[in-house]
Unconditional design. Structure first.
Length: 376
């Protein structure tokens, strides 16, 4: 058995590595993808392109605008002259927000009346617009509190003592609240799934197309040996990509691995059981490589959406939350983020590992059952 399996592995590696484009797909492309995704996939909102329409032009309005500009969240890109200039700026996408201060703002603030600031947002991206609105509300609230303190001090002639309660917050596992630290580990899981599913989905159907399945039919290779011969090369490639991408995450993006790397590698083995099982199952069900490729993409898109990588699972309908239980990406994302950011191990992550083990066993068993040593 081991002699037949050795020759099967040699054949698979020769078939994969003889094509320079395939070597690039296995090693080079994942490196470029994780670097690109690491910079592109982020929810941090900085340097919001902002236009300003200050019709009051008072000391108070300039003080308030200086707070917006000094917050590093808003970048003033244009100063408008009239309200008719607002719509073209937003319609053309030149600014994501417009700060509008009407005449009389400074007089109202000085006289103790309510001064009004209007912010107009481009709401096509509702998530970004909500974050921008939150930033603006915080800046306005701090300015309002400072004005009230100065007003009370001027009226009473005494200094207002600081608040007796001070809120001090601390974020565990991601002290600077950088979204990159949250998303890059998920990108690792995503890239490993894409590579392993696509490569393994081509494994059996490629033998059918080029005619080598007929040669395999007359050999003493059994069903289990054939499945192992098709999966082990892709499993080794998956481990190689996890190591390479993790090194980029640590040394390029400065995301530390707080947990045990051995837990990550063991979980990767369980995860590859699932992804390779899916790919082989697709390969046994497909007649052409094009059909296998399309089926693989139809599987991966829902898998990403249901994994919690982009949208929190808790926000999904209950029926969809139950559906996510059959998504291996869901479990591996929890594991890889736990190892990278939280430093937790098997004692906490064993439910996710058990889920991957069950799914991987079922998928590989289905793939082995569907494979028959015949020309279908």
């Amino acid at each position: 058995m081991f002699e037949r399996l050795k020759h099967m592995l040699i054949k698979e590696f020769i078939q994969m590595l003889k094509d320079p484009r395939m070597r690039a797909v296995i090693v080079v492309i994942p490196i470029f993808q994780v670097i690109i995704f690491g910079y592109a996939v982020t929810t941090d909102v900085r340097n919001i392109a902002t236009a300003v329409l200050d019709l009051d032009n008072s000391v108070q309005s300039r003080q308030l605008l200086a707070r917006f500009e000094g917050s590093q969240h808003f970048e003033f890109v244009d100063y408008l002259n009239s309200e008719s200039d607002v719509r073209p700026v937003l319609d053309g996408g030149h600014a994501r927000a417009v700060l509008l201060i009407n005449r009389g703002f400074g007089d109202d603030v000085a006289a103790g009346r309510t001064g009004k600031l209007q912010i107009l947002l481009d709401g096509t991206d509702s998530n970004t617009a909500g974050i921008v609105l939150n930033y603006a509300s915080q800046i306005g609230a701090r300015y309002n509190a400072d004005v009230l303190v100065r007003r009370v001090e001027a009226m009473t002639g005494r200094v207002i003592p600081p608040s007796p309660v001070t809120l001090r917050w601390r974020a565990w596992f991601n002290p600077n609240l950088e979204s990159r630290n949250f998303y890059v580990p998920g990108v690792i899981a995503l890239l490993v799934m894409v590579i392993s599913v696509i490569l393994s989905s081509m494994a059996i159907v490629r033998e059918k197309e080029i005619g080598t399945i007929e040669q395999i039919m007359v050999t003493p290779i059994g069903r289990v040996e054939f499945i192992l011969g098709k999966t082990l090369p892709f499993a080794l490639i998956g481990f190689l990509d996890v190591v390479l991408i993790s090194l980029i995450a640590v040394f390029w993006f400065r995301i530390p691995i707080e947990g045990d790397p051995l837990v990550l590698l063991f979980s990767t083995a369980l995860y590859l059981m699932c992804t390779l099982g899916v790919g082989l199952l697709i390969s046994t069900m497909s007649e052409t490589q094009q059909q296998a490729m399309m089926t693989a993409f139809f599987f991966m898109l829902p898998a990403v959406l249901l994994s919690g990588f982009i949208y929190p699972i808790a926000n999904m309908p209950v029926a969809i939350q139950w559906l996510t239980l059959v998504d291996p990406l869901r479990y591996f994302i929890v594991i890889i983020r736990g190892v990278f950011l939280k430093g937790i191990g098997v004692a906490v992550l064993w439910p996710q590992m058990a889920g991957l083990l069950v799914l991987g066993t079922i998928l590989l068993a289905l793939a082995a059952a569907r494979f028959k040593k015949t020309m279908a």
